[in-house]
Design a protein around this ligand. Structure first.
Ligand SMILES: *Cc1c(COP(=O)(O)O)cnc(C)c1O
Length: 465
């Protein structure tokens, strides 16, 4: 299919996720045709370094024949069977076992879903059910965070704190509240990071007291916010949050959909921050994105109650534990383990990226450069000294993102925050290339923004004259 033909046919029939349909139709989609390692290729023959690992998921990189083979073998052996009605199959059994081996010691069960959103729907029902079985049916409120992301189903978007999502197709699921996010650069610079981290935990306690401890079931948060802008909380944040939750006997749900499977240099982000969550939704890197699969890892406290006291749990999906998806996920975990990928992120490429990424902080457009493991962010600012932002109408982040793509790098924009999360198999040389391309794109963005400002000034001058 030629590029233009593909775009026309795409425009005619395909409604894309998180997309202004009309604007994309006018512009035309970029057509991605193949990929290898950390590179994707488009239909015009451009090779592009995928700084986002697809959507934070292609942890092992593209073109892994072992994963293709695992899917093929399983599709031949048993392409589909469900796990409802007292049946199971070897791939689901093996994957459940492997996940519980890798998870923190107190997590010994998993509920499979088809995606991260479905995992969070499962979380919502599971925590409320847990407390009902505990004889505390009033504990129904779930506290999430502003600008958190937990998926796009009705429960997922309600747990998440993305206001534009709440405004479309609501109302949201009732009895969900949100507290402020630990986003120091965006919201806390009048305090030290440490004081700000503690203030965010105080907001959690205040919300619990406002709702009544006897009405609060769980707190849900990503260890590091991903879609919200790769937001690493201050060091004081998680210890203070943990203390508040323990004091009020409230479950912790650590949404590991992005942080899980090596992104932060541990198998789970919870291990990096020393969290002991009761539930961990997972997806994305679980299969390196080769096939769709998600799940919820369930800690003993909740699992024991559901098993011993629960009777039938009226919940599940046609594709819960899908054999081919499970086989690919299992092979993915085996490869991550055999190749020492997680340790490499922690001890080698993570620290290397941290060093190289930090160099970008000297760029005139960059107010902060931060990273953890293989996740990084750049805050674009109009004035480096004060950290003030560009006028929203300039859409500086989107401009930089488009320039990046043309320069051969996928870097995503969240407002004026530029983010990266490359495949975990990226090499030091490829990190050098990523940083070089990012700097070139920043230079070009600065030039274009300056030109824009100059035209603007000239126009205003003209109007005055
Ligand atoms: C992507 C994401 C989800 C949703 O996963 P889907 O597979 O897109 O449904 C949930 N939580 C977090 C933290 C995510 O990044």
């Amino acid at each position: 299919m030629q590029t233009q033909e593909c775009q026309a046919r795409d425009r005619a029939h395909h409604l894309h996720p998180f997309t202004d349909f009309k604007a994309l139709g006018e512009e035309g989609s970029r057509v991605i045709t193949r990929a290898e390692g950390v590179y994707i290729h488009d239909s015009r023959g451009h090779r592009i370094l995928d700084g986002m690992a697809g959507l934070w998921c292609v942890n092992l990189g593209y073109g892994r024949q072992e994963l293709v083979e695992a899917a093929r073998e399983q599709l031949e052996q048993l392409p589909y069977y469900n796990t409802f009605f007292k049946t199971t199959h070897p791939p689901a059994v093996r994957l459940a076992e492997k996940l519980c081996e890798l998870a923190p010691a107190h997590m010994n069960h998993v509920f499979f879903t088809g995606s991260g959103s479905e995992a969070n729907d499962t979380v919502l029902r599971m925590v409320r059910r847990y407390w009902a079985l505990q004889g505390k049916p009033g504990k129904r409120w779930i506290i999430g965070r502003e600008n958190g992301y937990h998926g796009s189903t009705v429960a997922g978007m309600s747990l998440g704190g993305m206001a534009p999502m709440h405004d479309q197709g609501g109302p949201c699921v009732p009895e969900i509240a949100h507290i402020r996010q630990p986003y120091w650069f965006g919201e806390g610079r009048d305090q030290s990071p440490e004081a700000f981290g503690r203030a965010c935990a105080e907001a959690l306690e205040a919300k619990i007291l406002e709702l009544g401890e006897e009405n609060v079931a769980a707190f849900i948060a990503e260890p590091v916010q991903g879609a919200g802008g790769a937001i690493m909380p201050p060091a004081s944040y998680w210890p203070a949050i943990k203390a508040v939750l323990a004091k009020h006997d409230i479950l912790l749900v650590a949404d590991e959909v992005i942080c899980g499977f090596g992104r932060l240099g541990e198998w789970f982000g919870s291990q990096h921050f020393g969290l002991e969550p009761d539930l961990m939704p997972i997806a994305k890197g679980l299969s390196s994105g080769y096939l769709p699969i998600g799940g919820v890892l369930v800690g003993d406290r909740v699992a024991d109650t559901l098993i011993e006291e629960g009777g039938e749990f009226f919940h599940g999906f046609t594709y819960s534990g899908h054999p081919a998806c499970a086989a690919v996920a299992l092979k993915n975990l085996e490869l991550l383990e055999a190749e020492g990928v997680v340790e490499r992120v922690r001890d080698d490429v993570g620290p290397y990226l941290a060093r190289r990424w930090a160099e970008l902080a000297d760029h005139p457009l960059v107010g902060e450069a931060r990273s953890l493991g293989l996740m990084g962010a750049l805050e674009l600012v109009a004035d480096k000294a004060t950290g003030s932002r560009f006028d929203k109408s300039l859409a500086a982040g989107n401009l930089c993102r488009d320039i990046c793509f043309d320069a051969g790098l996928v870097m995503r924009s969240v407002g004026d925050t530029m983010i990266i999360a490359p495949p975990l198999v990226i090499t030091r040389q490829e990190i050098d290339e990523l940083v070089r391309l990012a700097r070139r794109a920043l230079d070009e963005t600065a030039v274009r923004l300056a030109k824009h400002a100059a035209t603007d000034a000239a126009q205003r001058e003209e109007i005055r004259a």
